[in-house]
Write a protein that binds this ligand. Structure first.
Ligand SMILES: [Zn+2]
Length: 189
């Protein structure tokens, strides 16, 4: 598994404004944060985040330090740059005239980005909640699939996969579970 310690230190170092924020952000295994970065840069990008050396580094140094392929490192850094989570400085070598990019992580926009992510997830769940509330569901005893009334009726209330009858399914538990997840994302103050 990844060494999250470095990442934790970084975040605590940069997020000194709120103890609560520090606690939440400090855990890359927090599902919201992990989900956000997974969507953004993928698992190899997360490796880059966790293992990237402190201070200004070239992409090649990042690749060596993280064990992630150079092209993946470059892609990750540019995605982070677009989100203002990384910055670079160009330096020209006086002898060769070559340009070197020195990269640095800047996780200060992260609290805002995580808030957006939290809101996005909660909105998705609310939509799911409405769908659950507005529909009646049918399923077979083998649990092959779940159908809304209209679809179940079209299939003559017979499961297309196993041929068993489709019967009414109480979705109270599903509603409760979705509600719980929304409350976790949006704690009532
Ligand atoms: Zn079935």
């Amino acid at each position: 598994m990844f060494n999250t310690a470095l990442f934790i230190v970084r975040l605590i170092y940069r997020q000194v404004d709120s103890i609560g924020v520090v606690f939440v952000l400090a855990r890359l295994d927090n599902p919201i944060i992990h989900g956000y970065f997974h969507r953004l840069v993928g698992e190899n990008g997360i490796k880059v985040l966790e293992r990237m050396p402190e201070g200004e580094v070239t992409d090649e140094e990042v690749s060596r330090a993280t064990g992630v392929l150079l092209n993946v490192v470059r892609r990750t850094l540019f995605i982070l740059y677009e989100k203002r989570l990384a910055s670079y400085r160009r330096v020209r070598d006086t002898d060769s005239g070559w340009l070197t990019y020195l990269w640095k992580l800047d996780l200060s926009p992260l609290p805002g980005l995580i808030e957006e992510e939290r809101e996005r997830l909660a909105a998705n769940l609310e939509e799911r909640m409405r769908f659950e509330e507005e529909n009646i569901f049918y399923t077979c005893k083998n649990g092959c699939s779940r159908y809304v009334f209209e679809s179940a009726a079209e299939m003559g209330f017979v499961c297309p996969d196993c041929g068993e009858p489709l019967t009414y399914q109480d979705n109270e538990d599903v509603l409760k579970a979705v509600q719980k997840r929304i409350e976790k994302l949006r704690p009532r103050v």
